[in-house]
Design a protein around this ligand. Structure first.
Ligand code: B1M
Length: 216
């Protein structure tokens, strides 16, 4: 368990956009044997969520949001490297495709999901961010993927997840490729409304749901 004071410090450093200090803290905690995922979920993520809330209320502006995102991205890389270090041998299973949907450049959460999946032995093909539906489907077919996971952070880009369901149906492969959706505005209700096979609340839930989907 990481102590509350350290978690609070991690949170504050993101809110205050102190990238170098946030990096130092991440490296120190991981070196001391702290759980990188706990540092992320109980420290840095609440920090960036706080930034998002302030941005939404108009008490913090785009340049600060960008700075805070830069700090968040830097610590995410350190955390992801630590997660990758603990990765088990990758399974010889069919690969999983992950992407942030077209029109959306938010990829911090998606990258955490990818790292945690890899740490759990999944063979992941990360297509990146701002990826159009056709590319996702083409890649899934080319790699014979069993699961496609998409992330959407904007209410305006969530509809791309529905487009993907439609595209899989049109290609006649909806029954053999499972889909999982995630991202801050995405809910279980949305997943069921668009016909996605699963919804994941966070990265750990993503791993659980992927395992369930592969087993079904
Ligand atoms: Co933007 N942004 N942003 N932003 N941004 C939000 C999403 C917003 C809610 C902020 C706000 O207003 N309160 C708002 C959206 C409002 C809406 O849609 N109604 C918003 C806006 C408006 C915008 C711009 C339009 C701002 C502008 O330019 N005027 C613009 C849009 C750009 C675009 O995409 N076209 C924009 C830009 C940016 C930055 C580039 C500055 C930066 C992103 C940098 C990057 O990602 N490389 C940024 C950031 C950082 C945020 C907030 C503050 C934080 C997002 C984040 O990284 N969270 C965000 C506010 C918020 O979400 N609270 C906000 C931490 C991350 C770990 O969580 O991504 O939710 P998250 O991922 C979680 C889970 O959701 C889940 O697991 C992850 C780990 O726990 N998950 C999955 C996610 N995907 C999954 C997939 C899965 C499974 C689980 O399986 C496939």
């Amino acid at each position: 368990m990481i102590d509350e004071q350290t978690l609070q410090e991690a949170r504050n450093l993101i809110v205050e956009q102190k990238k170098d200090q946030a990096l130092e803290l991440a490296e120190k905690v991981i070196k001391q044997g702290g759980d990188p995922l706990e540092l992320m979920t109980r420290g840095f993520i609440p920090g960036i969520n706080d930034v998002g809330d302030q941005f939404g209320r108009g008490t913090l502006f785009l340049p600060e949001l960008v700075q805070a995102a830069g700090a968040m991205q830097a610590v995410t890389e350190v955390v992801n490297q630590a997660l990758a270090g603990s990765a088990e041998a990758q399974e010889e299973s069919a690969p999983v495709i992950i992407a942030t949907v077209k029109g959306d450049v938010h990829d911090i959460g998606k990258c955490i999901v990818v790292s945690l999946l890899q740490a759990n032995g999944f063979k992941v093909h990360d297509l990146g961010r701002d990826v159009d539906t056709d590319t996702i489907v083409e890649k899934a077919l080319e790699l014979n993927a069993k699961i496609i996971g998409t992330s959407a952070l904007l209410t305006t880009t969530m509809s791309r997840q529905k487009d993907l369901e439609d595209a899989l149906k049109s290609a006649g492969v909806k029954d053999r490729i499972r889909t999982i959706v995630g991202g801050a505005p995405v809910t279980a209700r949305w997943a069921s409304r668009i016909g996605a096979d699963a919804f994941a609340e966070d990265a750990s839930d993503g791993v659980v749901k992927m395992k369930e989907l592969l087993g079904s």
